[in-house]
Design a binder for this molecule. Sequence first.
Ligand code: TPP
Length: 189
Amino acid sequence: MLRSDAIAAIYPELKECAVVTIMGATAAELFACGHQPNFFYLEHAMGLASSMGLGIALSRPDLQVVVLDGDGSTLMNLGGLTTMARYHPPNLTHVVFDNEVLLSVGVSFKTATAEGADIAGMAAAAGIPRTTTCDTVASFQEAFREALAAHELATLVAKVEPVLPPSFFIGCHMLENRFEFQRALERKT
Ligand SMILES: Cc1ncc(C[n+]2csc(CCOP(=O)(O)OP(=O)(O)O)c2C)c(N)n1
């Protein structure tokens, strides 16, 4: 599965959620689908998108929060899984696009998932109530919709090809995005 196809498949739902993405390819592919003021592209702070999403989900139980993460980023903040499980906000869906590499810095940098590490398994062991690994766009879309409908903390791993986006362009400055996102969340009351 291509990550761009997987993002496109859940984009209608994402438009209604508070969305936090990791930097690099994932952010660029979401931006290319169509920027929304309720999308935040967490530049630079590798590993911390899930922690930021957790904070938003806990402080805003009225919002559905979605984190678009990567395997390298998740592996950098494995404690984030245990903290998410510990507080288990039902309004948080954690998506991990697992391409088995640090794609945004180079396809040759393999992560531990290329050697068998199982992020959904680690999330389940951490205590996250709903976890799954999907290999197709259709099964990912279904798992995503089910997780939202179940209103239960989930880590959904989508196994994707290590394919770079045509461009890393994000036409929204980091600071502008920061204030725009805050205002969008304030409006959603
Ligand atoms: C603390 C830190 N270390 C390293 C980087 C450089 N960096 C930016 S993106 C990236 C790879 C992210 O990998 P992954 O989460 O698997 O996402 P992918 O790029 O594969 O979509 C790295 C190492 C960074 N931004 N922050």
